[in-house]
Design a protein around this ligand. Sequence first.
Ligand SMILES: Cc1cc2nc3c(=O)[nH]c(=O)nc-3n(C[C@H](O)[C@H](O)[C@H](O)COP(=O)(O)OP(=O)(O)OC[C@H]3O[C@@H](n4cnc5c(N)ncnc54)[C@H](O)[C@@H]3O)c2cc1C
Length: 493
Amino acid sequence: MDRRIFCRTAIAAGIAASHPLLGACSRSEPPVATSANTSIRGISLDGAEIELERAALKELGDAMTGPVMLSGHPDYDGARAIWNGMHDKRPALIARCLNNDDVSRAVTFAAERDLLVAVRGGGHSWPGKSVCDDGMMIDLSQLTDVTVDTATQRATAGGGALLGHLDQATLPHGLVTTTGVVSHTGVGGFTLGGGFGRLNRKFGLAVDNLRAATIITADGKIRTVSADEDPDLFWALRGGGGNFGVVTHFDFQLHPFNRNVLSGSIVWPFDQARDVLEFYAEWSAGLSDEMYAGPTTLTSPDGDRLIMVDIVYNGDPAEGEKELAPLRAIGKPIADGVVAQDYSVLQTNLDVPFGHGIRSYAKNGMVKAWSQGLVDTMLEADDPRVFVGNHVAGAAVKRVGELDTAFPHRNAEIMIVIASGWMDAAQDEELIAACRAYYSALEPHLGGYYTNIDFDGSEAAGNYGPAYNRLSAIKGQHDPRNLFRLNSNIVPT
Ligand SMILES: Cc1cc2nc3c(=O)[nH]c(=O)nc-3n(C[C@H](O)[C@H](O)[C@H](O)COP(=O)(O)OP(=O)(O)OC[C@H]3O[C@@H](n4cnc5c(N)ncnc54)[C@H](O)[C@@H]3O)c2cc1C
């Protein structure tokens, strides 16, 4: 089978492990053009060609602790390769930063030259915003340290740490914070855009757990921000994405946590999807904060269209069993893998199906509440080439005020992700079109989108709603030239 479809359950992950989505992408190797031996080509913020003097690049490299890598450096190709194999871009230089001073020097170098900048945290930008052609990639991939303070129940994660690093550091202490569903996703982009995870109904989004950050702004200054220090900038970081600078440290609130959670998936054949979705739409409206139940439609590697519900109950498993019982009684599931198990099993079971190098396209939209119309549309628009997942919010996510952070979609109960994944570039057009068609059908039910999975350059102002003017003013204060523009971009005023 030449089509690869995302899978979201332990069962599906097991199936998918025999059809790994891991693979090297074919990468063209055009040399970076040089106009002379003394310089290499770069690109300005406005897209104009500029020259980067080799002497200045050497000076930057000499001043930094980490290396400055040009095409031909042994680590250059590894550093520029991000998760989505569709984005094969070649920066003029990659500044691999090992500390705050390195980031400050790299930012200053770019700002002085108006050089296009991409910031790479975990490299999971679906639309490829952490890499660019001919600009500078600020590579944070080595900043992965996580320290846990059990007394204050706080964890500090480096700007390039992955979600797995955070979970692995906190769980042994019986502590946790909200992280996402694939452990090799970066803390950086995930947190700055919002951060949905299976515990967010109980503990809120990642932005709700952020207590402080270290950020290097476009002027090269290293700033510590929190509710007490530079509160405007701190507010903007919690949802405003990478617009405001390079974050080298994230300080998170942790929560006491029993890692033995009732979790797994219940799977039905797609011909029972109407029964499952109609029941789910009513049942999910009354769930406890502890219960996370997200429906997904997908195609198994052997071609069966399925509907499944991903469950995590963050509380006494016996109580979870009671709450889950009505869902279990719906139709005739072909598999029920919901058992009490270690949370870290769940948090890594999608790592292989969502492996690096896959080509992938996604769209998403926020939904305020399930409706009969939404269910009908999902059934009518269903396409076996498309994976449709749901990040479930509500509960603690909804209890935060709309303007308390810069994350604008507090009233949305779910974030629907419409995606496809494949390995062969010849399928790009067909599978992107399939995702777009499904999304178009669903669009009347959607209100805004999650900036972290924004593929088509959707317009940020409308999406941020009443938060936008404040975001734009803070952007104007800290990044008037819009140096940090490869993101869901907020235009500075
Ligand atoms: C397989 C997969 C699973 C996912 N699962 C979830 C999920 O469960 N929940 C969820 O909410 N989202 C999820 N996402 C979306 C995810 O939150 C975004 O893709 C996010 O941007 C990834 O962050 P990153 O650091 O890995 O990405 P990168 O590609 O490194 O960066 C993404 C964006 O963030 C900026 N950025 C990254 N780090 C920093 C930093 N330290 N300082 C300043 N700017 C920075 C970059 O410049 C870029 O604009 C998933 C994505 C993928 C591909």
